[in-house]
Write a protein that binds this ligand. Structure first.
Ligand code: SF4
Ligand code: F3S
Ligand code: FES
Length: 250
């Protein structure tokens, strides 16, 4: 069966500026937004720039905003829209546009680089590392992250606040900290302190928008951020720890 013709608006432009361009394009049963972008490239807009790789929701490349919502283009079914709905596709808003739907996400790589690497106990050879299965499983959820950066793009702390970017690592790197915090062999960095003092955990006011957009359904806020915050608070107000720190500082 032949598909139907649907209306699309796609943002075209570069760092200097741009605008929405109107298209009418064939849509077939079972297709996703990325299929339509590819059809536009093949038929009407050969120079339309888009980043993608797996078309299976696993590489995290095809992040874009579809009708204003941060989504993966390859996992957004055309059937999820009303038959007469105009579908508007724009680049991620939090990161600088390179061209059309492609943004410069290097903010995230910088934050990744700043996060201290996994650091096991000194002097213990790798063959002697032991981990219980229960410890492996605790942080398994966080290792499902595909680094699509949809959570980073959505968080209001940086979405409209360029000035906060330097001091705020963002939800993806809070769950990285939480993951390492749960790792029994990661002993050389206090991840809670680091998150609070260096990653800007205090900026997060638990709006949970990051969790809502995560295509891997990672409970970023409930399982990653909130436990990190609670434990930071615990330590600050635990009189013994507090006293211990005071004495230690002298
Ligand atoms: Fe994407 Fe979820 Fe990872 Fe954020 S936590 S980068 S939304 S997969
Ligand atoms: Fe941002 Fe998520 Fe916190 S959206 S404010 S990091 S709960
Ligand atoms: Fe890989 Fe969409 S193309 S996640």
């Amino acid at each position: 069966t032949r598909g139907t013709v649907r209306k699309f608006k796609v943002w075209r432009g570069d760092a200097q500026g741009g605008s929405l361009e109107d298209f009418e394009v064939e849509v077939n049963e079972g297709e996703v937004v990325l299929d339509i972008i590819h059809r536009l490239q093949a038929t009407q807009a050969p120079d339309l720039a888009v980043r993608w790789n797996c078309k299976a929701g696993k590489c995290g490349s095809c992040s874009m905003e579809i009708n204003g919502k941060p989504r993966l283009g390859c996992m957004t079914r055309m059937a999820s829209f009303e038959p007469d709905e105009v579908v508007t596709v724009t680049p991620l808003r939090t990161f600088p546009v390179i061209r059309d739907l492609v943004t410069d996400v290097s903010f995230n790589y910088e934050k990744a680089r700043e996060t201290p690497a996994f650091a096991p106990p000194p002097g213990v050879p790798g063959r002697d590392y032991r981990m219980q299965q229960v410890d492996v499983e605790r942080s398994q959820e966080f290792r499902k992250c595909i680094e699509c950066f949809l959570c980073q793009n959505t968080c209001h702390v940086v979405r409209d606040h360029e000035e906060n970017k330097e001091a705020f690592a963002g939800p993806r790197y809070f769950i990285r900290a939480a993951e390492l915090d749960m790792h029994p062999l990661d002993v050389r960095t206090d991840r809670k302190e680091y998150a609070q003092n260096e990653q800007g955990l205090g900026f997060c006011n638990i709006t949970k928008c990051c969790t809502e957009v995560c295509p891997e359904h990672i409970k970023i806020t409930d399982n990653g951020i909130i436990p990190m915050k609670e434990r930071v608070v615990d330590r600050r107000f635990d009189p013994i720890v507090f006293l211990g720190r005071k004495i230690f500082r002298r």
